[in-house]
Design a protein around this ligand. Structure first.
Ligand code: SF4
Length: 346
């Protein structure tokens, strides 16, 4: 069994979701074109930044465009973010090393663990770039008046796109307990055969803040986006919630847009942190092994996550699980691609 941050996170969301994605290997079929979701944007930015790191050209590879099929707005936004990053950081502070493959690292070799006999369990993390800091070094975080120190040792270089509506201080705090950094530090530590890995330098590309005009309905008193009101052809607009008709204050021309912001901050993981979190990963891995053997219904499902109000959507497997239908034959879903290019580093 291989456990990576994504599968660990999916398990925490709901074990049934993990089973569908990693054992039944079924996932949502993305539309062939016109994607504008956060995953698509993140993937384009990631691909473009790899090109930037390798050849100092701002471009998104054709292969990524074909694979993720963005709409024009998402493609342009990705280019805007990459271009801004290239201007903000024309040179990296330290030479970046490259991991060509996702890195496997051992968690349980197999045999008896505690009182149970268990199979082999391995961790996996994708690390695109890493670098070595020879001496304590101060970096500018991008937050006015705030700099931070990177301690000597190896650091992982990670890019993240972020909504402008999440405060940067809260975003930084969220990384203190984020398991992606833990998986990555465990993997790099293993790859470097115990060399000190200090943590992850998160490079944040914050999306531009666009002005979204809103109007309050005089009937239900809800505030709705202007674009969701329904024109009636009489000069009045109908509220999308209650249907009350009213004349809306016209839109202003030249609405303000705040350009992208760029931040950098270190997320540290000590050896003690890694040792402390390793048993948690192993415990989840053991539960995964058990569920893989015993089936979808063998572990309680986390039904409070069936509908996500943050994204205003239901889980991809909602209909199947609500009605007891198998996901295997559903043409609306597709097979999850295998992990690509796995190489074990001894
Ligand atoms: S629909 Fe609900 S129970 Fe089923 S996988 Fe999704 S979150 Fe879990």
């Amino acid at each position: 069994m291989i456990i990576d941050y994504s599968s660990y996170n999916t398990w925490q969301d709901c074990p049934a979701k993990w089973y569908e994605k990693y054992i039944n290997k079924r996932q949502r079929r993305w539309p062939k074109a016109q994607r504008s979701d956060a995953l698509c944007l993140g993937a384009l930015v990631h691909s473009g930044l790899q090109v930037w790191q390798e050849s100092h050209v701002v471009a998104i590879p054709d292969q990524a465009i074909e694979e993720f099929t963005p709409d024009m707005e998402t493609r342009n936004l990705a280019l805007e973010l990459i271009y801004g990053y290239a201007r903000r950081y024309p040179q990296e502070l330290w030479p970046l090393g490259k991991c060509e493959e996702p890195v496997l690292f051992p968690l349980i070799i197999g045999g008896v663990y505690g009182t149970k006999e268990v199979g082999r369990l391995e961790g996996l993390a994708k690390i695109d770039r890493y670098f070595y800091v020879p001496e304590p070094s101060q970096i500018d975080t991008g937050v006015p008046g705030q700099s931070m120190i990177l301690n000597p040792g190896f650091w992982i270089h990670e890019y993240k796109t972020k909504s402008p509506y999440i405060p940067i201080s809260l975003y930084m705090q969220s990384w203190d307990m984020n398991m992606q950094a833990t998986f990555q530090c465990m993997a790099l530590s293993h790859k470097l055969k115990g060399e000190p890995v200090q943590g992850v330098l998160i490079n944040v590309l914050e999306k531009p803040r666009k002005y979204i005009p809103k109007r309050k309905c005089k009937g239900c008193k809800e505030t709705q986006e202007f674009a969701t009101y329904i024109p009636t052809g009489t000069g009045e607009y109908a509220c999308p919630s209650c249907g009350t008709r009213q004349v809306l204050q016209p839109l202003k021309l030249d609405t303000p847009t705040v350009p992208p912001e760029y931040y950098r901050f270190p997320v540290t993981r000590t050896r003690e942190d890694l040792e402390r979190w390793k048993p948690q990963i192993i415990q989840v891995g053991q539960q995964m092994i058990q569920m893989a053997e015993q089936g979808l219904d063998s572990v309680p499902w986390t039904t409070k996550n069936c509908v996500d109000f943050k994204w205003n959507s239901a889980c991809d497997y909602f209909g199947h699980h609500r009605n007891g239908i198998s996901t295997k034959e559903d043409q609306e879903l597709m097979d999850v691609p295998e992990y690509r290019g796995l190489v074990e580093i001894q």
